[in-house]
Design a protein around this ligand. Structure first.
Ligand SMILES: Nc1ncnc2c1ncn2[C@@H]1O[C@H](COP(=O)(O)OP(=O)(O)O)[C@@H](O)[C@H]1O
Ligand SMILES: [Mg+2]
Length: 364
C-alpha cells in the first residue's frame, strides 16, 4: 500500500479521525487512487464516509496520519486552494443567485476574468444539458435540474478531483439512473478523478472503477465491482453487496483450497476457505442465489442438499424461490425464466446443489 501510495494521485495513509478525542470514527484508513479513477466509498450510515470526504476536501482535519494529493501532504492547504470540486446531496446552491451567478462564484474566487468566465459557464451548462437555464434561480428548477447545476458548478473551474457525497440521494429512481449515467460519462470524458459516496450498492457497482466498502470506520474491502461481488473477503462484504445465502457451521478440516464444514443442522459440505481459522472454529458459508441449481447436474464434485420450497416468486425475467435448507428458512435461489424451467410450489421437496468453489467459507 505505501509503495503504491507514493505515486498515487490521492492517498490516505494511516488516517484516523476522532471528533471527541475518544472514539475513532475513522480507523487506520489506507487508500491510494491513480489519476482518472472513479472510486466509490460505499457503506452503511455512520461508517465514516462523509468524514473521509470532508478531510480530503479540507473541512475536517485528520487526527492522525496523512492525506496526500499528487504526493504532497494537503494538511496545510486551505480548501479553496486544493482545486477540488464538490457536490453534496442537498444541492447547496446559493438561493439568491441565478444559475449563471452560482457558476460564476467559484471562478471569481479563483480570479478568472469576465470573458473567460462566461465561456466556462456556458461550456459547463451545456455539459449538463442546462444551457438555457442561466437566468433562473434555484427555486425555479426541479430537484434533478438543481443537481445538474450543482454538478456544473463543481466542474466549471475544471478541477482535477471532484468529490460527491450522496449527490443523487434526494432524487427519484428514474432521474437517479439518468444522472448516474451522465456523471460517469462526464467523469470519463473529462478525465477527472472522482471520489463518490453512497450507501446504495447498485449505484456503487454500476458507476465505479473501484469500490471501497466501509464499515465501522474501516475499509472492509477495496476492489472493482465484479471482484467485490464474486469474491467478498469477509462476511460483512458478502452480506452488504448483493443477495447472499448464509449457512453457519464449524470447520472440520482446512486444506489448501478446500475446507469441510459441519453445518449446525448436521450436514457436511465442502467450501472454499476464504477467511477462516482452523478446524474446530466457527464459520459462515456464503453462496450467491444464482449459483445454486435445482436437480443439479454439476458433476461428481458438486454438493447436493435436500430442501423444501417455502415460496415461489415470479419476477418476469427471473424466478426467486425461497427454501428451507439446513436450518435456514430464507435460502434464496434465483433461476432464469426459461421455457423449460419448472415453477415450484410451496411444500414441495427438491434437491439443490452448487460447486464447492462457489461456496465461500468466511468469518463467523
Ligand atoms: N461533526 C461531527 N461531530 C461529531 N461526530 C460526528 C460529526 N460528523 C460525524 N460524526 C460521527 O462520526 C461517525 C461517522 O459519520 P459520517 O462520516 O457522517 O458517516 P457516513 O457518511 O458514513 O454516514 C458517526 O458516528 C457520526 O455520528
Ligand atoms: Mg454521510
Amino acid at each position: 500500500m505505501t509503495e503504491a501510495a507514493s505515486d498515487a494521485f490521492v492517498a490516505f495513509e494511516r488516517v484516523q479521525k476522532s471528533y471527541d478525542g475518544e472514539t475513532l470514527v475513522v480507523k487506520d484508513l489506507n487508500l491510494a487512487m491513480p489519476k482518472g479513477e472513479f472510486l466509490t466509498m460505499l457503506g452503511p450510515s455512520g461508517s465514516g464516509k462523509t468524514t473521509c470526504l470532508m478531510m480530503l476536501a479540507g473541512f475536517e482535519t485528520a487526527t492522525h496520519g496523512e492525506i496526500k494529493l499528487e504526493g504532497k501532504p494537503i494538511n496545510n492547504i486551505p480548501p479553496h486552494k486544493r482545486g477540488i470540486g464538490m457536490v453534496f446531496q442537498n444541492y447547496a446552491l446559493f438561493p439568491h443567485m441565478t444559475v449563471a451567478e452560482n457558476l460564476a462564484f467559484p471562478l471569481e474566487v479563483r480570479k478568472i476574468g469576465k470573458s473567460e468566465r462566461e465561456e466556462k459557464i456556458k461550456r459547463a451548462l451545456d455539459m449538463v444539458q442546462m444551457g438555457h437555464f442561466g437566468g433562473r434561480r434555484p427555486a425555479q428548477l426541479s430537484g434533478g435540474q438543481q443537481q445538474r447545476i450543482a454538478l456544473a458548478r463543481a466542474l466549471v473551474f475544471e478541477p482535477e478531483l471532484v468529490l460527491m457525497d450522496e449527490p443523487l440521494g434526494a432524487l427519484d429512481k428514474q432521474l437517479r439512473e439518468t444522472l448516474q449515467f451522465e456523471i460517469t460519462r462526464l467523469a470519463h470524458d473529462l478525465g477527472i478523478t472522482v471520489v463518490y459516496v453512497t450507501h446504495d450498492q447498485t449505484e456503487a457497482l454500476t458507476m465505479s472503477d473501484r469500490v471501497a466498502v466501509f464499515d465501522d470506520g474501516r475499509i472492509q474491502q477495496l476492489a472493482p465491482p465484479d471482484e467485490l461481488y464474486e469474491a467478498p473477503r469477509n462476511s460483512f462484504v458478502a452480506q452488504f453487496i448483493g443477495e447472499n445465502n448464509t449457512l453457519e457451521g464449524t470447520l472440520e478440516r482446512v486444506e489448501g483450497e478446500r475446507c469441510t464444514v459441519r453445518l449446525d443442522s448436521g450436514e457436511v459440505i465442502d467450501a472454499k476457505p476464504v477467511n477462516v481459522g482452523k478446524a474446530g472454529e466457527r464459520t459462515k458459508v456464503s453462496i450467491r442465489p444464482e449459483r445454486v441449481e435445482f436437480d443439479p447436474e454439476l458433476g461428481p464434485d458438486a454438493h447436493t442438499l435436500k430442501a423444501e420450497v417455502r415460496e415461489f416468486i415470479y419476477m418476469g425475467d427471473t424466478f426467486r424461490t425461497r427454501l428451507s435448507v439446513a436450518g435456514n428458512d430464507d435460502f434464496i435461489v434465483k433461476t432464469r425464466n426459461r421455457a423449460d424451467q419448472v415453477r415450484l410450489t410451496p411444500g414441495q421437496s427438491v434437491t439443490i446443489g452448487w460447486l464447492p468453489q462457489d461456496c465461500r467459507a468466511l468469518d463467523a
